[in-house]
Design a protein around this ligand. Structure first.
Ligand SMILES: [Zn+2]
Ligand SMILES: [Zn+2]
Length: 389
């Protein structure tokens, strides 16, 4: 048996488990094997496990002492539907499924910290370890929240962590304010009156209306949103007519795109203004319009106090200066659904240099096992500091 004082986070076993998860990746809401192993390892350490919240999601609960404060730490477990192209001994054995975002590492780091905390019990209060399914666009966090996460497990703060190539494996970035953008989609459908291409006056032209709409939406970011607030409005799909019928003005034109922002009020503004332009152009051209704005993921915005606590834990865990000016990303993370309910902080942990240029979602990406110790130590330190006995 290994001496626990020399190896508080069971590094050898956890590294092997990380590679095992990498070799057996599972897509969102299909993390049956992964979550079963996590549940078993939590229960083995004496942690109470609640299964089946958000299908394959689970929550481990550790209550020590009589402290009344309750916090939640979140890891995601899912892989991506893509092939793994690098050769490594623990390469994915599942076709077109790969841990290309390092969630295999996130799962193991939180598990290592949970087991350590269950052994050492050096805090007073309640920790909920969230092992979330389906972060990669399939709605895992929303499913857990919709199924009553906060009712069953009320918490005062929630924390998330993501690996980041480019930072060293003993380096972290912890920044207050916006971290990740909201990620929403929208569609505009113009319904004109189709007619002969030679006789436009006999119809109502939805194609020309669409052209005006496409030009006008760029005035939202340029003229309506505060110039100091980042925002993106992009049209990404356009559907109308037929190249085999170039003498026909079609009835219907569909346009779709994405909208991103870092603040809730700017997000609201984008939803409102895209609709205003869609309807205004329809009125100008005397045609009908349907507008839909689909709210997918809110922005991740770090709370000031939660960030200060995470920063203190990151300093103690890494023993080196923490990066505090790391730029926000226009990517999204559905950790936002947890962070929208209670004060939260989402932090970055280095994954070392990008090997062969492979970044997140690249078919050669791999979580760096050297980061396991830093990540596990960060989680454990955060709990011991925030719920100090
Ligand atoms: Zn990802
Ligand atoms: Zn990810």
């Amino acid at each position: 048996m290994q001496s626990r004082s020399n190896d508080p986070f069971e590094l050898e076993a956890m590294t092997a488990l990380r590679r095992d998860f990498h070799a057996h990746p599972e897509l969102g809401f299909e993390e049956v094997r992964t979550s079963a192993i996590v549940a078993e390892k939590l229960e083995e350490a004496g942690i109470e496990v609640h299964r089946g919240l958000g299908k394959t999601g689970l929550v481990g609960t550790l209550k020590i002492g009589d402290g009344s404060r309750r916090i939640a730490l979140r890891a995601d477990m899912d892989a991506l539907a893509m092939p793994e192209l690098a050769d490594r001994p623990y390469k994915s054995g599942t076709p077109n499924t790969m841990h290309a975002c390092g969630h295999d590492g996130h799962t193991v780091m939180l598990l290592a910290a949970a087991r350590h905390l269950a052994r050492t019990k050096n805090f007073s209060g309640t920790v909920h370890f969230i092992f979330q399914p389906a972060e990669e666009g399939r709605g895992g966090a929303k499913a857990m929240v919709d199924e009553g996460f906060f009712k069953q497990f009320p918490v005062d703060a929630v924390y998330g962590l993501h690996n980041m190539p480019g930072l060293a494996t003993d380096e972290m970035a912890v920044v207050s304010g916006p971290q990740l953008a909201s990620s929403d989609s929208w569609t505009v459908t113009y319904r004109g009156v189709g007619t002969h291409g030679a006789k436009p006056h006999l119809g109502r032209d939805a194609v020309t209306a669409a052209a005006h709409f496409l030009a006008a939406i760029h005035t939202i970011v340029a003229r309506v949103v505060d110039p100091l607030q980042p925002a993106v409005v992009s049209a990404c799909a356009l559907e109308a007519g037929d190249f085999k019928a170039l003498n026909v003005i079609p009835d219907i034109v569909r346009i779709g795109g994405t909208a991103r922002a870092y603040r809730a009020d700017v997000r609201d503004q984008l939803e409102l203004e895209i609709g205003n332009i869609a309807r205004g152009v329809a009125a100008t051209f005397g045609i009908e319009v349907d507008y839909e704005f689909l709210r997918r993921i809110p922005p991740v915005v770090n709370d000031g106090d939660a960030t200060a606590r995470a920063l203190k834990a990151a300093q103690a865990a890494t023993g080196r200066p923490v990066v505090t000016d790391f730029p926000p990303s226009t990517a999204g993370d559905d950790f936002a659904f947890f962070g929208a309910e209670v004060p939260g902080a989402y932090v970055w942990l280095g994954n070392g240099p990008a090997v062969d240029g492979a970044l997140h979602h690249n078919s050669r990406y791999d979580f760096n096992d050297d980061a396991i110790l830093t990540g596990a130590r960060f989680w454990a330190t955060l709990v011991e500091q925030e719920l100090s006995a």
